[in-house]
Design a protein around this ligand. Structure first.
Ligand SMILES: C[S@@+](CC[C@H](N)C(=O)[O-])C[C@H]1O[C@@H](n2cnc3c(N)ncnc32)[C@H](O)[C@@H]1O
Length: 260
């Protein structure tokens, strides 16, 4: 596990990963292997609540999406549901010059699905770009908003990911990271049974691939707590930090504004 090799790097560590590069490669391979069934599995396993989370996140950035001529990046966009939610929100706000919305992911198979879903869906459809979130092909300060839904947790180095988000954001630009959490109390106990036992079993049967749905609960367990994550965002150059739990903390939205 990469933490054993370099205790200062904190990030996703799928089975067999030895370092940051092999962890990234394993994550890409894993998502590519489940791309054909990713949407179906997402909706089944989350009882469709994922749609509400994407919409709620997009809505929370209305103030930016209404501004003319803004540039938005949805990182680790997968098959594009968060990107489409932002796009729909932006189009409904109807600014004079609609935002340029880009979805980026390093799995070609996921992007192909996103592109296919996007045909004819919105006034100004998102654009898709194959890119690694740890090495983005954009100039400093290019975007006004960067989001990531359920993707950030899979980065092989969270601090490097946050620094890269900060780099491509304009001063005063905003970052929104939607990801899973670990609810407490009785709800948390029930949820853990579902998430650690039921979900991996159903996911494995429906996808026909074992690894990814065992990796999912393990990756959530490894992910920093909200306090730690907000501390890491602070260290990476963000202020006005917040974490808003969604659905009892099963998921939650981290927000921050890039220091001027
Ligand atoms: C769980 S999916 C989330 C997809 C989508 N955002 C959603 O909400 O359904 C995680 C995605 O992150 C992508 N990903 C993980 N690490 C990445 C990296 N370093 N660079 C780009 N994409 C990455 C994977 O390829 C995968 O498509």
């Amino acid at each position: 596990m990469n933490q054993e090799l370099n205790p200062r790097i904190v990030g996703a560590s799928p089975a067999g990963a030895r370092d940051r590069d092999s962890a990234s490669a394993a994550v890409r391979e894993m998502f590519t292997s489940i791309a054909p069934r990713y949407d179906l599995l997402n909706h089944v396993l989350s009882f469709n609540i994922d749609r509400l989370w994407w919409r709620r996140t997009a809505r929370s950035f209305d103030a930016i999406l209404k501004r003319p001529n803004v540039r938005v990046l949805d990182l680790c966009c997968g098959t594009g549901d968060m990107t489409f939610a932002l796009s729909r929100r932006a189009n409904s706000a109807a600014p004079q010059i609609p935002p340029q919305i880009l979805g980026a992911d390093f799995s070609h198979a996921m992007l192909q699905r996103a592109a296919a879903k996007g045909k004819g869906t919105t006034l100004r459809p998102p654009q898709w770009i194959e890119a690694d979130a740890l090495q983005l092909p954009f100039p400093d300060g290019y975007f006004h908003l960067v989001t990531s839904a359920f993707g950030f947790r899979n980065l092989a180095d969270y601090d490097a990911g946050l620094r890269e988000i900060a780099r491509v954001l304009a001063p005063g630009g905003e970052c929104g990271i939607l990801d899973f959490g670990e609810p407490g109390g009785l709800i948390g106990q029930c949820y853990r049974v579902y998430f650690k036992k039921v979900l991996p079993a159903i996911g494995t049967v429906l996808s026909g691939v074992r690894g990814p749905y065992a990796y999912l609960p393990a990756s959530v367990e490894r992910f920093p707590s909200p306090d730690e994550m907000l501390g890491r965002m602070h260290q990476s150059g963000f202020r006005e930090l917040s974490w808003t739990p969604y659905t009892f903390g099963v998921a939650g939205l981290y927000r921050g504004v890039k220091n001027a």
